[in-house]
Design a binder for this molecule. Structure first.
Ligand code: NAD
Ligand code: UDP
Length: 324
């Protein structure tokens, strides 16, 4: 039985990962300071003898008993969250990776970095293969996250070359699924919540910018496969769904699938918002024998059901508190 540390384990991706690792019979230590994660994400795991929660800020080192593997996810990921305190975002990305790598070195543990498609910035090469170095603004409002993750990748590579730490780097493209928080701020959760409440759907810009969305279960499968690869394969490897949609198409699909009367409204495009994004997943197909299985409509339907139930639950609770 392995002891596996998941930093950021109380977040959207982390909570799904902890659940899956426990289901496979591992002991899981979830380290999180609840900056953007929530206890509700992991309440169902608390009490499970294979699960341990450590409330700690990864910016500071933590003395831990032996672990065999580390999935390093701790970092705010939604633009709304990571731009709230950009200095902190950069510190989490850099100091957090430094501390996680220190733990990996002490325990001779394998360590996987949750990097991001954002390291390609506003890409000039399309779709993006791993050998593309990107087009990132170093001084814009997204830079704290983009450059923070680029620095994290550099640290991982230097610990690999200099300290022989066994690393894996995964570049995750836009991921969605049940468990995203209503205040997450990313596009799919925003649009679904707006659609279910028949509110205006807020498209930033003219909606012609593109993204490629992958369902959470596909990502978790790939993370596990990556961790199990031979030591010589360190990545970076793109993990995402190569089907590309404009944001306007996404809005129209969500309105149709949720049977909503919402109207599309247009708001200013955030600074440095990438115009296009699509992963080249040739490497993941070849080395991990992986490709996404869940189509957008299928994933959106599951997510709409999840948020509908959440809204019904909230309205029941509100009625109870009003004595109705
Ligand atoms: P999330 O915000 O839901 O989860 C991040 C978790 O990290 C939260 O539980 C948060 O409380 C925790 N955290 C943040 N700072 C911390 C700190 N200093 N110490 C300890 N814990 C801390 O985001 P997510 O979508 O689950 O993303 C997880 C990881 O995957 C992030 O590293 C993100 O950059 C990466 N990623 C996600 C996506 C995506 O589409 N979801 C895409 C690319 C990369
Ligand atoms: N977006 C939008 N409306 C929203 C939230 C996001 O039009 O309510 C757009 C955003 O400008 C971007 C895309 O949707 O072009 C994806 O945004 P998200 O924050 O989900 O992730 P990003 O890929 O930008 O990190």
């Amino acid at each position: 039985m392995k002891r596996i540390l998941v930093t950021g384990g109380a977040g959207f991706i982390g909570s799904h990962l902890c659940e899956r690792l426990i289901r496979e019979g591992n002991r899981v230590i979830c380290l999180d300071n609840f900056l953007t994660g929530r206890k509700e994400y992991i309440t169902h795991l608390i009490g499970n003898k294979l699960f341990e929660l450590v409330e700690h800020d990864i910016m500071y080192s933590y003395p831990m008993d032996h672990v065999d593997e580390i999935y390093h996810l701790a970092c705010p990921a939604s633009p709304v969250h990571y731009q709230r305190d950009p200095i902190k975002t950069m510190k989490i990305s850099v100091l957090g990776s430094y501390n996680a790598l220190g733990m990996a070195k002490r325990h001779d543990a394998k360590i996987l970095l949750a990097s991001t498609s954002e390291i390609y910035g506003d890409p000039l090469v399309h779709p993006q293969p791993e050998h593309y170095w990107g087009n990132v603004n170093t001084i814009g409002p997204r830079s704290c996250y983009d450059e923070g993750k680029r620095c994290a990748e550099t640290l991982f590579m230097d610990y690999y070359r200099q300290e022989k730490v066994r690393i894996k780097i995964v570049r995750i493209f836009n991921t969605y699924g049940p468990g995203m928080l209503p205040d997450d701020g990313r596009v799919i959760s925003n649009f679904i919540l707006q659609a279910l409440q028949n509110q205006d759907i807020t498209i930033y810009g003219d909606g012609s910018q593109t993204r490629s969305f992958q369902y959470i279960d596909d990502l978790i499968e790939a993370l596990l496969k990556m961790m199990r690869t031979d030591e010589s394969f360190i990545g970076p490897v793109n993990i995402g769904n190569p089907r590309e949609f404009t944001i306007k198409e996404l809005a129209e699909r969500i309105v149709a699938l949720s049977d909503s009367s919402s109207k599309l409204v247009y708001k200013p495009l955030p600074v440095d918002d990438p115009k296009q994004r699509q992963p080249d997943i040739t490497l993941a197909r070849e080395i991990l024998d992986w490709e996404p299985a869940i189509r957008l409509d299928e994933g959106l339907t599951k997510m709409i059901r999840f948020f509908r139930e959440q809204l019904q639950q909230e309205s029941i609770e509100a009625n109870i508190s009003l004595g109705l």
